[in-house]
Write a protein that binds this ligand. Structure first.
Ligand SMILES: C[S@@+](CC[C@H](N)C(=O)[O-])C[C@H]1O[C@@H](n2cnc3c(N)ncnc32)[C@H](O)[C@@H]1O
Length: 235
């Protein structure tokens, strides 16, 4: 099994290598459904009309942008340990006032560079699967939230529908690495995507780890045949 530090280095390098093509490939390969997933996740924070939200594993900032679009007073600290992903995101930021409310910071999700009890919301889109020490990351997400603050994890899960399951598996393991490999020049990065989805925790296991980190009212909302899920927890 891969050691945590080796996984970290591998993940950092892979995202660095695809950073320039990440947004294009995201839209292409998900047929734009990813926009709906991020919209839906952000809606679950609508009770917090202002104040700060931490967008962890923020990458090229697509969720940070949606978070600042839905609430005009919201400020977002966008943390990622891959500088190239953040740089690609900053370069592509639309020329509107949201760029004044998004603060990108290079940092590790397993040691979040922020004080305790600071944020009303913490979001992680397609990032938890990439953490080398998942429980440590969840403990950190709990630490930085204010009491009653909300954690929202958007992550791939495995569909159980008997018709969808084989089709999705074919798409994920064959079609996606071939197309994404051609466009990004790094087929291995997208083979990693498929294998990391296959190896990720069962939904019940992740919910149990969230409880262990101290979250209550923990629940899962599957979306799009269970291809992705939103995991919710309250501090
Ligand atoms: C699949 S991308 C998701 C980007 C973005 N959240 C989105 O919705 O598209 C995963 C991101 O997690 C970041 N990441 C992985 N492990 C991390 C860690 N330990 N600390 C901070 N960022 C991490 C990667 O650098 C990458 O940018």
């Amino acid at each position: 099994m891969q050691q945590p530090e080796d996984k970290k280095k591998f993940v950092q390098e892979k995202f660095s290598s695809i950073s320039g093509k990440y947004d294009l490939l995201n839209s292409l390969l998900s047929m734009q459904i990813d926009k709906y997933w991020r919209w839906k996740t952000t809606r679950l924070l609508q009770q917090f009309t202002d104040g700060q939200v931490l967008d962890l594993c923020a990458g090229t900032l697509p969720l940070s942008l949606e978070l600042t679009r839905q609430q005009k007073k919201r400020r977002v600290l966008a943390v990622d340990f891959c500088e190239d992903m953040l740089r690609a995101g900053v370069k592509a930021l639309p020329d509107d006032e949201r760029k004044n409310r998004i603060f990108p910071v290079c940092g590790d999700g397993e040691m979040i560079p922020a004080p305790s009890d600071t944020f009303w919301g913490c979001t992680v889109a397609f990032g938890v699967r990439n953490l080398a020490r998942t429980q440590q990351g969840l403990d950190e997400m709990h630490r930085i939230l204010k009491p009653t603050g909300k954690l929202l994890i958007l992550e791939f899960s495995r569909p159980t529908n008997l018709l969808i399951k084989p089709l999705y598996s074919l798409y994920l393991n064959k079609v996606l690495p071939a197309v994404a490999g051609l466009v990004s020049g790094d087929k291995e990065a997208y083979e990693y995507l498929a294998s990391s989805i296959a190896a990720f925790y069962e939904p019940e296991e992740l919910l149990a780890m969230m409880r262990q980190a101290g979250f209550s009212s923990v629940q899962r909302k599957p979306l799009t045949f269970g291809i992705v899920s939103i995991y919710i927890g309250v501090k």
